[in-house]
Design a protein around this ligand. Structure first.
Ligand code: ITT
Ligand code: NA
Length: 201
């Protein structure tokens, strides 16, 4: 069994491998299709962007495709960077610059709330079907400084008080038991079989 994920982000690709391989799936991503250009994310919602990525690539490949649009939403920044998480500090996309920008913006506030959450919207698309949309979140706090080498993106800044660690200090398996991506996938599993069956003919 193969699952095609419309992502070019190696960190996400790794998360999806950890999530799907135990279920017997081989994960294929756009990193395996270098000739396919990145789908431009013009939307202002996670759903719009995930839908665009999934539906564009499903039409192109003529098969079922899953896409992920995700980001970190920080209370003291009114939910920023949100859908702009990937390029918060501008081009070229840099995780280190994004983390530094978040710390600088919080540092400019007096006693900011450190509360934040990661969000993930997954869209499952097929050229001949209505897409399936699900979401997942995980709550945490923005640490005072980055720590940990695992994961990607904002993981070194995302502190989980109940675990006493940042997301980047968790193993791949631990991250993918509690992450926004894992929670979205649990929701996908609830409706996936029915979605596959419904339009099977
Ligand atoms: P694709 O569109 O190719 O999938 P992308 O990185 O551009 O890759 P998004 O537009 O969905 O994906 O941006 C998501 C950004 O949110 C990502 O680049 C990270 O900065 C952040 N992010 C999402 N999930 C994360 C996670 O599990 N850990 C840390 N940061 C995450
Ligand atoms: Na993207």
């Amino acid at each position: 069994k193969k699952i095609v994920i419309a992502t070019k982000n190696p960190g996400k690709a790794k998360d999806f491998a950890v999530l799907f391989e135990p279920k017997g799936y081989e994960v294929v991503t756009l990193l395996d299709y270098p000739e396919i250009e990145e789908v431009e994310e013009t939307g202002y919602t996670f759903e719009a962007n995930a839908r665009k990525k999934a539906e564009t690539i499903a039409a192109l490949l003529g098969m079922t495709v899953l896409a992920d649009d995700s980001g970190i939403c920080i209370d003291a920044l009114d939910g920023q960077p949100g859908v702009f998480s990937a390029r918060f500090a501008g081009e070229p996309k840099s995780d280190a610059a994004n983390n530094a920008k978040v710390l600088a913006m919080l540092g400019a506030q007096k006693n900011p709330s450190r509360k934040a959450h990661f969000h993930c919207t997954l869209v499952l698309a097929h050229p001949d079907r209505e897409s399936l949309v699900v979401e997942g979140d995980v709550a945490g706090e923005i640490a005072e400084f980055p720590s940990g080498d695992n994961g990607f993106g904002y993981d070194p800044l995302f502190y989980l008080p109940q675990l006493g660690k940042t997301m980047a200090e968790l193993s791949d398996i631990e991250k993918n038991q509690i992450s926004h991506r894992a929670n979205a996938l649990k929701n996908l599993e609830k409706s996936w079989a029915a979605w596959l069956e419904k339009d099977a003919d």
